[in-house]
Design a protein around this ligand. Structure first.
Ligand SMILES: Nc1ncnc2c1ncn2[C@@H]1O[C@H](COP(=O)(O)OP(=O)(O)OP(=O)(O)O)[C@@H](O)[C@H]1O
Ligand SMILES: [Mg+2]
Length: 352
């Protein structure tokens, strides 16, 4: 694979700030591929981050600082990504125009596409250049992110003496790392199941055609176990992960898993059905699952039987080189699905 020439200095350290854990990934470019330099994760207390909002920026900052220190990362340029109610990604179909015209059009017309006051958001867009033949219209991806939310992230990271130079969106970061690591010519559903949200991104002919965030995730399982047995959150989480034996609770826990996973799978199927109905000529071939929730045992097989697609866990290091003396391959393998978004941020060259 050919990469444009950049020194490793051009890459940012990717920081994925989830509601359950911070994930950090540092890559470098070598002649032929990206190499994994450093990576790790640290869990956050229950309410520190919620729906993409920093409820406790000080605590989140402290966790990031400690993780960077443990990983011995000195680099200051970082990227992070946003998700949740504060960011809207929308595809609009517009007349073909120049980049400058498009910029102006979006500044003046954005309010009809997004439900926020234009003065309250940062706007970005990308012409997907879908105009084929003599078509005079093209799809444009519009992103609007609430300033107050983004500014909280910037302020928190700057407070740690870091330079946040890239603001990504979870779904785009996922797409980015998928495109680098997997064949480009497939129509695929990328599904990230985190602690408190599920992001579904369907890519067809290299373009994201369905993108949605749904408020479900693996924390649901913990909360249901907590309620069923009247436990502390941490104990319920340990039971969920099998870190403490379930014993007589086994059957009830299995029921909780099965009803919640059924709900997740229904949501995924809804998105796939919508896609198939609109794109009958470009059937999906694969479903790639990421996020900690993807590791729920049996989920891959269950999804495969329900969707009739080839389902696999995301390996964001598929096309990357790794020094196995420095990073334990078993650790890399087990943390891969959670690292997909951080990796996607870390392959962005810093632009400023
Ligand atoms: N083997 C497993 N089975 C079930 N759940 C798991 C497993 N391993 C991790 N998880 C869960 O995955 C979640 C963490 O995943 P991840 O790091 O992707 O979430 P996050 O990015 O912090 O959350 P979000 O993106 O929703 O804000 C936690 O709820 C954790 O309990
Ligand atoms: Mg996440």
């Amino acid at each position: 694979m050919n990469l444009p020439f950049f020194s490793s200095d051009d890459l940012v350290v990717g920081i994925d700030i989830g509601s359950h854990a911070i994930k950090i990934c540092q890559l470098k470019r070598t002649d032929k591929a990206y190499a994994v330099v450093n990576l790790g994760s640290a869990t956050l207390p229950e309410d520190a981050v919620d729906d993409g909002t920093l409820n406790d920026p000080e605590l989140v900052g402290k966790t990031i600082k400690e993780l960077l220190k443990n990983l011995k990362i000195k680099k200051k340029k970082v990227g992070f990504s946003i998700s949740g109610y504060s960011v809207i990604v929308k595809k609009v179909n517009l007349a073909v125009m120049s980049e400058e015209e498009l910029e102006e059009h979006i500044q003046t017309e954005a309010e009809q596409y997004i439900p926020f006051d234009i003065d309250d958001v940062y706007l970005d867009f990308q012409d997907l250049k879908t105009n084929k033949g003599d078509s005079e219209r093209t799809d444009v991806m519009l992103v609007a992110a609430k300033k107050e939310i983004v500014d909280d992230y910037l302020e928190m990271l700057e407070g740690l003496n870091l330079q946040p130079v890239i603001v990504d969106v979870d779904g785009f970061a996922l797409e980015n790392t998928y495109e680098y690591n997997y064949p480009k010519d497939e129509n695929v559903a990328l599904v990230d199941i985190g602690a408190s949200k599920m992001n579904i991104n369907i890519i067809s002919n290299g373009i994201s055609v369905v993108a949605r965030d749904i408020v479900v995730g693996s924390r649901q399982l913990t909360e249901q176990i907590q309620a069923a047995f009247d436990l502390e959150f941490a104990e319920a989480e340990a039971l969920k992960l099998g870190h403490i034996p379930a014993e007589e609770k086994q059957e009830e826990i299995a029921d909780i898993f099965s009803s919640t996973c059924t709900q997740w799978v229904l949501e995924i199927k809804k998105a796939i059905d919508l896609y198939q109905a609109n794109h009958p000529d470009a059937p999906l071939t694969r479903l790639v699952l990421s996020g900690g929730g993807s590791k729920v045992s049996g989920l891959v097989d269950y999804l495969a039987s329900e969707t009739e697609l080839a389902v696999e866990l995301f390996n964001p290091f598929n096309n990357m080189t790794v020094n196995s003396k420095k990073i334990d391959p078993d650790y890399l393998n087990s943390i891969g699905p959670e690292m997909a978004i951080a990796t996607g941020i870390a392959i962005r060259p810093s632009v400023i």
